[in-house]
Design a protein around this ligand. Sequence first.
Ligand code: HEM
Length: 684
Amino acid sequence: MTYRERNVTISSSETATAKALALPDELILMLLNEESGYFHQVPGWHLNCAVAGAALAELSLQARIDTDMDQLILLDRSPTGDPVLDFALHQIGAEADTRNAQYWVERLAPHAEMMIDLTLDRLTNTGILNYHDGNFWTLSSAARHGAYADAEDENTAVQFIKTRIGKSIFGGAIPSPRDVIIIGLASTCDVLRFIFEIDDEAEERIQLLRQMDLIGQAIANAVEHNLAGPLLRQAALTKPIPRVSLSRLLFNRHVWSGNLPALLADLKERYGSVYHIKPPIGEGEMFVLAGAKTNRWVHRYGRMYLHSRGYFRELEAEYHAAGLLPALDGADHFRLRKILRYSYSRAYLEENLDRLYGHAKEHIAGWNQGDTVKLVQMCHRYSNAQLSPLFVNIDCQDIVDDIIAYKKRALNTKVGKILPKFLLFTPAMKRKAKSVDEVVDRIQRSHTSGQRAGCPRDHADELLTLHNSDPVFLPEVNLKFALSAPVLASMYVGEELSFILHTLMTQPDLYRRVQQEADAVFGNGEPRWDLLDSDQTDVTARVFKECLRLYPTILGSIRTVMNSCVVEDHELPIGARVLVATTASHYMDDVFPSPHTFDIDRYLPARGEHRSPGYAPFGLGTHSCLGSRLVELQLLANVLLLAHCFTFELKKPNRKLRINPFPSMSPVKWIKVTIKERRHELPG
Ligand code: HEM
């Protein structure tokens, strides 16, 4: 099969059975680091040149262009069907003069990011790579088990490429022109030593192989030339980072309502998307990244420049822990996420919806018409009544208020640092801290092998098994935090639920529409779970999305700069504390027109305003919420369930919503609601 035929095979059928890969695909697969779920780190410009080189080389192998040391000639401009190659072909075809390979590497390299995106999409669509939330990629099991390898002893697509290359470097095998090019490009990117043990002899062989192919050599030379000559690199001219004056910070209208995303969006309007704040409370200065563009940057590149351990260090120390999930980076972080993924997944909840329903039903049995309760406390307890049994198989209703109070204080003193540290050690807090020990104790008692025999595995099972099998990776000192984390996470769910109920109580028309949908799900004997996420619960789903936009419980992430970087023309200094205000863009006109208006039609397919990095209630990048899809389903089910059973009303309906933004955004705790009507009993 010729190269042309090979390529037609993949481009014409984007199917999981596609076998042939173009050089940009092979280069990306070669760079994949399965341990970290990302790619071997290659300096941006090196990678850009290598990707451009790979596309040119593939075109040359397909006889679309001809190239030697002096010129690159277009032979056939008809599309290949591969968007990366066609982009390069189009660029070359549009140029009147004949240029050389080096010129084209330079011209295409600035587009490499888009070419990489297209390549990743293609590898994902053809079933070779799996994409995971958080911007991680791994080989699919089809690729892993050889569907893409046509040699007997290679077991993965990546391994296949690496094995081929290894044979050429170490085994003396005569490489194909394709392999010579890949060796040249990988060597240019300086990643071969991460993949193989390169000694002097291997290095000599690599250099020799690189000389074998004129075409590849011309491109590799062009790549190398560009690496050496910084002329085309992005100019390092950066702008100073503006400082926000204290008065601008304090006298912003949103400070008083507690709406920090809206405040940060206002500041972005005035100061641009990177600015510096020094709040009067808490621990000193921070750089803020706000807006869809900085969100995109964090999502794509954050892992290379920002680390997470810094902001969590003091909280870890409080637990005598080291290496907790939110504080991990790189391969360890990816490993832990992979292990915990299922127990926090939507699929896990789907399998346990009836259990969730049972706990909800039991909890609301005692709610009566005419009762008046505090909104946030009611929602905290309600969420906890479902999530603690689901994740860690315990009931902790008797101590949930203490756990939440302690965890909030710990976050405010040790992470957000908006309160002095001694406030974590008041006698009352010391008492509440014991509730966390009690939770861990209960979990351990309910997770002996006798207790768990025959039960489906839950989150605590995953953690305890991991601890037993690898106590270095997950030591006992980490268990206290890790085991109690889902109980804390139920706090966020309770807070979002409070916002949603508050919204419904203040918008009667919407409330009625949600109740109609709720009655369809719960009004016919058995709950109709099949209606969740269907057209018949569409209004509720959009109310939920809009509440997450306007009232995101977690407004952003705190990170520390570990490698100097330029974001939107501003250089962030190494060691600086950065607030990635992922949800500030929720209040920006260019992302969400009339951002302060509650409008569920934003999410209709025709508008789809949330389909951009500007919508990020669950965070962005590698640490994005592991429970997001589960939460979406759980909250949808619960809003409907509560809407079916009750009509709530605010005790003081005319009062404007006030938010307590620390440590997570929540309606203020004194808001009270009355159960105006107990509409229906739950079936089943
Ligand atoms: C409305 C409820 C929730 C919201 C808005 C939310 C949002 C977020 C956000 C913004 C982050 C990123 C934090 C950062 O970058 O530092 C995050 C992380 C995380 N969330 Fe959620 N979350 C919610 C509920 C949950 C639940 C119920 C669970 C599971 C029990 C969960 C599990 C996690 C985990 C494990 C992480 C850390 C991921 C990592 O560090 O790799 N979340 N969440």
